[in-house]
Design a binder for this molecule. Structure first.
Ligand code: ADP
Length: 184
């Protein structure tokens, strides 16, 4: 079996959907947090509101999280069992941005696999107030996830959850191109 067949198997384990990540009954949702892990706006605020105050109480015990790393907590009142908090870079157009965003995806997936998560949902980390251009972030997100799945049985399935139809179209287009063998 060639690497082409393996790639298409891995592509079957990823999907882009639109919606509110706080509503998903998956094993883990990923939070685009900030280094304090004490809550913020955007998806972070929505996750804390839906999870309830116990999430913040657990986050307080973690002592923050450096950019590019990830931490796992329980999901409390969320339908998701776990929350994986990762801190994306503030976009400045430097090579480090891509390295840090890549490591957010890798570290989040490693925590998910370690916790036995079969299904994991990612928002577009860094693409809100942190200003990362969506198309560039999408390339990083998709390639890191596919690379991880190639060598790991868990998670079985990864969802990219986009908050707008425009963002969904960017991810779907990327996945379609890769399925058709046009990676660039
Ligand atoms: P960051 O600070 O990492 O940029 P934001 O929360 O500002 O994080 O935005 C990250 C992405 O999450 C944005 O694309 C935003 O539209 C999206 N988003 C905001 N709320 C939700 C939600 N409830 N579910 C899924 N995605 C969301």
């Amino acid at each position: 079996m060639g690497s082409g067949a393996e790639k298409s198997d891995v592509l079957k384990r990823v999907e882009a959907v639109s919606g509110d990540i706080t509503r998903l009954a998956v094993d883990a949702i990923v939070n685009a947090a900030n280094e304090s892990l004490l809550g913020g706006g955007g998806v972070d605020g929505a996750i804390h509101r839906a999870a309830g105050p116990e999430l913040l109480a657990e986050c307080r015990t973690l002592g923050g999280c450096p950019t590019g790393e990830a931490r796992i907590t329980r999901g409390y009142n969320l339908p998701a069992r776990h929350v994986i908090h990762t801190v994306g870079p503030v976009y400045r157009g430097r090579p480090e941005d891509e390295k840090l965003l890549s490591s957010c995806y890798r570290n989040s997936l490693a925590l998910a696999a370690e916790a036995g998560c079969r299904t994991v949902a990612f928002p577009a980390v860094s693409c809100g107030v942190y200003g990362y251009p969506l198309e560039e972030a999408c390339k990083v997100a998709v390639s890191e996830v596919l690379e991880f799945l190639e060598t790991n049985p868990l998670p079985e399935k990864v969802l990219f959850v986009l908050f707008s139809e425009d963002a969904l179209a960017v991810y779907q287009d990327r996945l379609k191109r890769l399925s058709a063998g046009q990676g660039s």
